[in-house]
Design a protein around this ligand. Structure first.
Ligand SMILES: C[S@@+](CC[C@H](N)C(=O)[O-])C[C@H]1O[C@@H](n2cnc3c(N)ncnc32)[C@H](O)[C@@H]1O
Length: 216
């Protein structure tokens, strides 16, 4: 288990933290439903229009190279949204097999056509896959949307279905300034922890994969 930044090539976004901190409780409630409004509603409710733009292309190349994935590797994205990252894995590694799971029926319904047949609607607390099914399990900014004990369940599930590499990214902070920024920016996360507390939780859950932190 180790911290590794495989997100360093993900495009940096400009974030208006001060505005985000003013988002209404109603918009926060709507965002947490992960339905149309979260993906394709206003910026106060989520992404403000989640369209394919190739942002995962350099990230998947980074993962492929870091883990030396075989061309026919099997890859699961836990919290796959509209399948953009999985689509980019197929571009980078046409012989790979992909699977994705997301809590949003809207996202899966509006997923990219090439990967849509491999996506399921579900909660990452319970992954409907056999033990050791995937060479790589990735979960970006998804697990923290659960309560702490449910995060533990999701992390255990990721560990169970992976057979080799696992990579989780969650909201985290390592000092008071980062914590303040995170609390301003957060819309949907239920569990935002200090990096040391996440590491404790990973250990408690028996996680052996890698991880990195999202800090706005
Ligand atoms: C940062 S997005 C993932 C982006 C995605 N990897 C892509 O390729 O675009 C996080 C996703 O987690 C999903 N999500 C939130 N809570 C979840 C849960 N409990 N179980 C599964 N998915 C969840 C959201 O619907 C959202 O699509």
């Amino acid at each position: 288990m180790s911290e590794v930044n495989l997100m360093d090539l993900y495009p940096k976004a400009k974030r208006d933290l001060e505005h985000r901190a003013t988002v209404s409780e109603e918009n926060r409630r709507i965002a947490k439903m992960f339905s149309r409004e979260f993906f394709d509603g206003t910026r106060d409710q989520g992404y403000g229009g989640y369209k394919y733009d190739g942002r995962w292309v350099p990230v998947v190349a980074r993962m492929r190279d870091h883990y030396r994935l075989a061309p026919n590797a099997s890859i699961l994205d836990v919290g796959c949204g509209k399948g953009f990252m999985l689509h980019d894995f197929k571009l980078a590694m046409p012989s790979c097999t992909v699977a994705g799971l997301d809590i949003s029926a809207y996202a899966v319904e509006h997923a990219m056509e090439d990967v849509k047949p491999f996506l399921l609607v579900g909660n990452c607390r319970r992954l409907p896959y056999a033990d050791h099914s995937f060479d790589l399990v990735v979960s970006i900014n998804t697990v923290h949307n659960l309560k702490r004990d449910e995060c533990w369940q999701a992390i255990r599930e990721i560990e169970r279905v992976g057979r080799r590499h696992k990579f989780i990214v969650v909201d985290a902070y390592s000092n008071e300034q980062e914590k303040e920024r995170m609390l301003k920016w957060n819309l949907t996360a239920e569990t935002i922890l200090h990096v040391d507390d996440w590491e404790t939780l990973f250990t408690e859950a028996g996680y052996t994969g890698d991880y990195h932190w999202f800090t706005p």
